[in-house]
Design a protein around this ligand. Structure first.
Ligand SMILES: [Zn+2]
Length: 256
């Protein structure tokens, strides 16, 4: 998808480039997009890496508008109150925050003039606010540093609703990568062993309030309106606004 004024921009996966190619990217479009995710249960129909896959897909769309590079997804983070679920990896947030701040400083020192840190997992916000605000001040005005999740990174210009694995996240998934979504998996009848490590559902008490913790429910682990009512077209409308806004800001900064 391309929303740039001209032909699709040339963008790259950071880790696949050789040094000469990186020099050429920095000379041409010195912008780095970094998707942050988490491995976390996202109900029965979405991949456990949904947050990172969502952020990665959005970063690729922005890079298609501006050029530049997309860094590999940062999978290791934490926070949000879903830690006890099966297939969920919560890590120390202090360590994760240090990795992000250090990496952003390194990218700026390598010549990138815009860095967009897009978190697919909402609780990254607190860590990013704390760790990146000092970095932003340090690097301004030469480097444009933007961070946040899809609901905050372009607010208040772009207002994007959110939830957990429910109507909105599923609408975004259906808009971005329908091939990774299995709506038929949203069926009742599973047991505790399908949902909790060792089948021990006593840890459900530690899950964020309002999240469905009934393993037998088709909406298990969702927080929000039932994912079965999701609407890809509606998800696409919001995501288009986000991609347009952010890539526009990056282009304006790189032109200045
Ligand atoms: Zn999510």
């Amino acid at each position: 998808m391309n929303r740039a004024d001209g032909p699709p921009a040339d963008w790259h996966r950071y880790e696949r480039l050789r040094p000469d190619q990186l020099n050429a990217v920095v000379a041409d479009a010195p912008v780095a997009y970094w998707p942050l995710g988490l491995l976390e249960h996202h109900s029965w129909h979405l991949p456990i890496g949904f947050d990172g896959l969502k952020a990665d897909a959005l970063c690729m769309e922005m890079a298609a508008c501006t050029g530049g590079v997309v860094l590999p997804v940062m999978w290791w983070g934490g926070g949000g109150g879903h830690g006890p679920f099966l297939w969920t990896h919560y890590q120390d947030e202090t360590a994760a925050g240090e990795v992000v701040a250090t990496t952003v400083r390194q990218l700026a020192s390598f010549g990138f003039r815009a860095v967009v840190v897009l978190a697919g997992h909402y609780p990254w916000q607190q860590t990013l606010d704390a760790k990146l605000e000092p970095v932003r001040r340090e690097l301004a005005p030469d480097v444009l540093l933007l961070w946040g999740h899809e609901g905050t990174i372009a607010a208040p210009r772009v207002q994007i609703p959110g939830d957990h694995a429910a109507y909105w996240e599923t609408s975004f998934a259906l808009a971005l990568f329908p091939e990774r979504v299995d709506m038929a998996a949203l069926r009742p009848g599973r047991s505790a062993t399908d949902a909790w490590p060792g089948g021990d559902d006593s840890v459900a008490a530690d899950i964020y309030p309002g999240v469905d913790t009934d393993a037998a429910s088709p909406t298990f682990s969702q927080l929000g309106t039932d994912a079965r009512t999701a609407d890809a077209a509606k998800g696409r409308v919001y995501l288009d606004r986000l991609v347009e806004d952010l890539s526009g800001r990056v282009r304006a900064h790189l032109r200045a």
